[in-house]
Design a protein around this ligand. Structure first.
Ligand SMILES: Cc1cc2nc3c(=O)[nH]c(=O)nc-3n(C[C@H](O)[C@H](O)[C@H](O)COP(=O)(O)OP(=O)(O)OC[C@H]3O[C@@H](n4cnc5c(N)ncnc54)[C@H](O)[C@@H]3O)c2cc1C
Ligand code: FES
Length: 252
């Protein structure tokens, strides 16, 4: 049951030139697992809340990591420790994974933070593949190293780690190791489509976290409807944001 709560910002840190990490005091607001999100009111003049994935959570604290895209996230980036935020959460259906699972976690850009929640959920057996545009956008690597059996980084321009896209590393990894329970991915849709295709080739189940513009965040407005492979429409906010990759219509 989502709760609306006024939460104090316990810590506000800039991770790099683009990304901010906020730790919020949320009381008993806690997700059932990784991949859920919170809906944050970003300023008095903005009517709509902004959806941000839960990066990690523990003991009444919940961490979000975000980049500035427009007015709402810019307002958020200017908050500091001690400020208060109106937070609605936790929302959505997250990744389906068990503590003992060995998962292949794939994050692209600002899709990387929610995969840290997955890494911490799965008892250290998972592998993480993290993709960034360039080295100056990289983040959270040490925390993934602490939580995963193996971490690989790719950059589009080759300035850090593998030179290329994450799906090439997903292929390389699945060629060597066949026993992943699931491939779980969050990032831009073209990345998700390519990762889903590789996972399907190797016969490994794949879950993807989709992004769509949102209004209400609770399934009441149709704002976030997406086309599914079977012709039906689903709400990213209520039915997702995480879907089985086979459900998604990748052609729209
Ligand atoms: C389930 C979910 C989880 C998310 N998690 C995170 C996260 O952990 N960290 C993070 O930085 N961002 C995340 N986002 C994206 C974030 O919600 C948007 O960047 C934010 O709403 C933009 O608001 P704004 O007012 O700053 O920009 P706006 O002025 O509203 O938009 C700026 C630009 O971003 C585009 N845009 C806005 N919202 C979205 C969206 N949802 N998908 C694609 N394009 C969009 C607009 O079309 C416009 O071009 C998530 C989105 C969803 C749906
Ligand atoms: S945002 Fe309103 S239905 Fe999803």
């Amino acid at each position: 049951m989502p709760i609306e709560r006024i939460c104090t910002v316990a810590e506000a840190v800039k991770l790099n030139e683009y990304a901010y990490s906020f730790t919020l005091e949320v009381g008993d607001m806690s997700p059932a697992g990784p991949g859920e999100f919170v809906h944050i009111k970003c300023g008095d003049s903005l009517l709509l809340r902004r959806p941000i994935s839960i990066c990690s959570w523990q003991d009444g604290l919940l961490r979000i990591v975000f980049e500035v895209r427009g007015e709402g996230t810019d307002w958020l980036a200017h908050r500091k420790a001690g400020d208060q935020l109106s937070v609605l959460g936790t929302l959505g259906k997250g990744f389906q994974m068990e503590r003992q699972d060995k998962c292949l976690l794939v994050g692209g850009g600002i899709g990387v933070p929610p995969m840290l929640g997955c890494a911490r959920w799965t008892d250290g057996k998972s592998t993480a593949i993290l993709g960034f545009r360039s080295a100056d956008r990289a983040m959270l690597q040490e925390e993934f190293v602490a939580a995963c059996a193996n971490v690989q980084v790719a950059t589009d321009d080759g300035s850090l780690g593998y030179h290329g896209y994450v799906d090439a590393l997903v292929r390389e990894t699945l060629e060597k190791e066949k026993d992943f329970t699931v491939v779980a991915a969050c990032g831009p849709k073209p990345m998700l489509r390519n990762v889903a295709r590789v996972a399907a080739e190797f016969g490994v189940p794949c879950q993807v976290s989709l992004e769509e513009r949102m209004a209400c965040g609770v399934g009441a407005c149709l704002g976030c409807a997406v086309q599914m492979a079977d012709g039906t429409m689903k709400h990213v906010c209520k039915d997702g944001p995480v879907f089985d990759a086979r459900e998604v219509d990748w052609n729209v």
